[in-house]
Ligand binder design. Structure first.
Ligand code: 8X3
Length: 248
């Protein structure tokens, strides 16, 4: 199996790479930071074959060039994990920063589209493949001050459904995974390096870890051939909804 993971340089992407390495999948690790990709590749190369591609999912030319640069033996991608994405800012719509909006719409929506555009035609030609899109509880439940992030993830939800409608007839499975609060660098990015504020997001309860999401992705991609895991929402045991978390 060849798996391509975006956003592999941290968080859920990193944990998914580790989980896939345990399955001996050959890995194409994608991210913006070559040093982090190299670190992960160094860690996993004892277990499996690994290749790294450094590019920004928001740059269609860079995405295309990176994926076209793959050696022939790596081009038949079986599993695409569209994980790259992030939140930038948390503010009322009237106070939103346009650069933050662009980062979320471009990264979370165009990113999924651009990487998929580079990978899907090969899957269609081979009549096999599995696409896993990492959405969010925010894609299903819009919350105050999160309109644009929630909109970007609602778009991911629609893309997952649309991809499944278009690609099922070509033997391609599409799984949408919608996590709640996962303790990663997510909030640190959202709050622009304010680590105290980021820590508050995960304080007083036992949040999901990146490995929990990786386990869920493994569950989806190892399902029997006749089974599609279409959509999973995964929350911490004390999270009831996007903004309802019971804390100690
Ligand atoms: C999950 C983050 O803000 O919905 O994507 O908890 S949030």
């Amino acid at each position: 199996m060849i798996a391509l993971i975006t956003g592999a340089s941290s968080g859920i992407g990193w944990a998914t790479a580790e989980a896939f390495a345990n399955l001996q999948y050959r890995l194409i690790l994608c991210g913006r930071r070559q040093d982090k990709l190299d670190e992960l590749a160094g860690q996993l190369s004892a277990q499996t074959e690994v290749i790294t591609l450094a590019f920004d999912v928001r740059d269609f030319a860079a995405v295309t060039a990176a994926i076209e640069s793959l050696p022939k033996a790596w081009r038949a991608v079986d599993i695409l994990v569209n994980n790259a994405g992030n939140a930038h800012g948390l503010s009322a719509i009237q106070d939103g920063d346009v650069a933050d909006w662009d980062a979320m719409i471009d990264g979370n929506v165009q990113g999924v589209l651009y990487v998929s555009k580079a990978v899907i035609p090969g899957m269609v030609a081979r009549q096999r493949g599995h696409i896993v899109n990492i959405s969010s509880i925010a894609g299903k439940q819009t919350y105050a001050n999160g309109a644009v992030y929630c909109a970007s993830k609602a778009a991911v939800e629609a893309l997952s459904t649309g991809m499944r409608l278009d690609l099922t007839q070509h033997g391609i499975k599409v799984t949408n995974i919608a996590p709640g609060a996962v303790e990663t660098g997510f909030s640190s990015v959202r709050f622009k390096g304010d680590t105290d504020r980021a820590a508050q997001v995960y304080a007083g309860f036992d949040p999901l870890q990146a490995t929990d999401i990786a386990d869920t992705i493994v569950y989806a991609v190892t399902a029997p051939a006749h089974v599609t895991i279409a959509d999973i929402t995964i929350l911490a045991a004390t999270q009831a909804a996007a903004t309802t978390i019971y804390r100690k």
